[in-house]
Ligand binder design. Structure first.
Ligand code: ZN
Length: 106
């Protein structure tokens, strides 16, 4: 799998770590450990999958019903199958978070 150009994102809301205060705050709190909010996700986020470079932020994880990683990986693969590298960066208004839990049919 060629995932070199994949952008690390939350599979639920599509945000990048740098767009989320929970990871930005951790970076600022522990600059020796984390060079960027993405480091926080890649080193410390339990839902992060290095193959798809997707994770679930705390909000989306709770909305999804705190799934096991074994259940998340197939979902991540589906998201990548649809979104590809997902390099575009549309704006995400607060309201967009309501769409976090949506599932693909089939
Ligand atoms: Zn999210």
């Amino acid at each position: 799998m060629n995932n070199e150009n994949y952008v690390t994102r939350c599979a639920g809301c599509g945000k990048r770590p740098v767009q989320m205060s929970e990871y930005v705050d951790r970076t600022l709190a522990e600059p020796d450990r984390y060079k960027s909010p993405r480091d926080v996700v890649e080193l410390d986020e339990g839902t992060y999958d290095p193959n798809t470079k997707l994770f679930l932020c705390t909000d989306c994880y709770i909305k999804a019903g705190t799934p096991l990683n074994a259940d998340l990986i197939p979902t991540y693969r589906k998201v990548r199958a649809v979104m590809g590298a997902w390099t575009e960066d549309p704006e995400y208004p607060e309201e967009a978070q309501e769409g976090c839990g949506s599932n693909e049919a089939g």
